[in-house]
Ligand binder design. Structure first.
Ligand code: ADP
Length: 455
């Protein structure tokens, strides 16, 4: 009986009703408008300086360079003007001393690796010409043009000195020039913008790119006359649209609308960035497992689960991985065999009974479905703001959470249907986007060159 009540309370707390989803969507649209009006708002709504659309007939060979994770990645991208792009890539490790040393050494290393990649792949560049490169630099950057920006701060364990406030493109270009490597850094690319472009090459009606991986964020195509804060808007630009990087993981810093539970508050308090990225902490792969763990601990402490016993493994922060949630969601066996394996073999519980496993599965489903429905609220906000739901359009989504979590895609679509009705199901197609920081960055370089040369 006590178990039943506790479970019902969790269901009530974690369920995003249709009405709440709509209220969040409305609040999200207000946040978008504020961010388009001025700098410093919760939704940063950063102009990407990427203008013009793709039609899938683009052709040429480009390079992409991607830094921001464990590895440095160099990609050559060949666009034939039809059909899927052909890519070759090499990954290079980034040693700790490069991450935390002198910035010049880090950028020299990047240029060297691009140089050796050109040799390896036997890529010839005609004398007097340069190959164009799209540079995905996944750190917070204040972008001032398609290939200019300033690093606001390092994240993810990088701290190379002398870089904050400086232009990463200038550093990289300088390193190429000093080495006589014939590469021009044509575009500085945010990964959501790259995701949108990579999807658009194969689905020209793409209106939005979303990342649901370690973090969450999205980019969409906005009309330039709505970007009120963009003072450099020139009358003579041919395009009337620009991609906006929303940085939507930051939504609801004010805690005005999101249904935060004590489990979310605990996670936020113990995170490296308390009071920021509130929506991201309810949606993204980095956090869902930890929220689930917080709920399970609470049930254990109340002696409603595992007979009040916890395993030493589950007692540690971050041990309940979001990937386990995917496996538990997918576990349709009558005895919850896969769930048992995770609890007993991976997390070292001595024994679990079926009721324990059913409760764990229910908690996982609550946390996972809430994440998908909050993602739907954000996407619905963009679709309503742009009136995009009224016509045929595609949304490209990248990231392991979206790729592997069962029913994340259908849960998002169901949320959109609650907001817009059944027509949205036929109008909007949601698909897995591939390689925003490779193909997408190359396409960004292509658009940059096209825009620079005039219409
Ligand atoms: P990134 O966003 O860093 O580029 P990914 O898209 O691979 O990389 O996302 C990594 C995140 O996805 C991690 O936080 C991890 O918890 C989560 N993840 C990895 N595998 C799965 C899975 N099978 N199901 C759900 N989430 C997963």
């Amino acid at each position: 009986e006590k178990q039943k009540n506790a479970v019902q309370a969790l269901i009530d707390e974690f369920t995003v009703s249709a009405d709440l989803l709509k209220a969040i969507k409305d609040n999200f649209i207000k946040g978008m408008n504020k961010g388009l009006e001025r700098d410093g708002e919760t939704l940063a709504m950063i102009p990407s300086h990427v203008m013009g659309r793709l039609d899938g007939t683009e052709s040429g060979s480009y390079l992409a360079l991607d830094i921001g994770g464990t590895n440095l990645r160099v990609v050559s991208v060949h666009l034939s003007g039809h059909g899927p792009p052909v890519t070759y890539q090499t990954k290079y490790p980034i040693e700790e001393r490069l991450k935390t040393g002198d910035a010049k050494a880090l950028f020299d290393y990047m240029a060297d690796k691009v140089g050796s990649f050109l040799d390896e792949q036997k890529i010839k560049v005609s004398p007097g010409t340069q190959i164009e490169l799209g540079f995905t630099f996944s750190f917070p950057v204040l972008q001032t043009s398609i290939n200019r920006g300033k690093l606001i701060k390092w994240t993810k364990g990088f701290s190379a000195s002398g870089m904050v406030g400086k232009d990463p493109v200038a550093y990289l270009q300088d390193a190429f020039t000093r080495r006589h490597i014939p590469v021009r850094v044509a575009a500085l690319v945010n990964d959501t913008v790259g995701t949108l472009l990579a999807h658009a090459y194969e689905h020209p009606d793409t209106a939005m790119g979303v990342i649901l991986g370690t973090g969450c964020n999205g980019a969409y195509i906005e009309r330039i006359n709505k970007i009120k804060k963009w003072k450099d808007a020139k009358e003579d630009v041919a395009a009337d649209e620009m991609i906006i990087n929303m940085e939507f993981g930051a939504f609801d810093k004010e805690r005005a609308i999101l249904p935060l539970t004590m489990f979310d508050n605990k996670l936020d308090r113990k995170s490296v960035n308390p009071n920021s990225q509130i929506l991201e902490k309810m949606i993204a792969g980095m956090y869902l497992g930890e929220i689930t763990r917080n709920v399970l601990l609470n049930l254990v402490d109340r002696r409603l689960l595992f007979q009040g016993q916890i395993s030493a493994d589950l007692n540690q922060m971050w041990t309940f991985e979001t990937a386990y949630m995917s496996a538990i969601e997918a576990d349709a066996s009558p005895t919850l065999h896969a769930t048992r394996k995770i609890l007993e073999s991976t997390l070292n519980f001595q024994s679990t009974d079926k009721v324990d496993r059913q409760i764990v599965k229910l908690v996982v489903e609550l946390v996972g479905r809430r994440a998908a429905r909050l993602s739907a609220a954000a996407i619905a906000g963009v679709l309503e703001h742009t009136e995009g739901w009224k016509k045929k359009a595609s949304i490209g989504i990248d990231g392991s959470l979206f790729e592997y979590y069962p029913s994340f895609d259908t849960d998002i679509m169901d949320g959109l249907v609650e907001v817009f009705g059944e027509t949205v199901r036929t109008n909007i197609s949601i698909g897995l986007a591939q390689d925003g920081s490779g193909v997408g960055a190359a396409l960004c370089a292509l658009l940059a060159a096209k825009h620079a040369n005039g219409p």
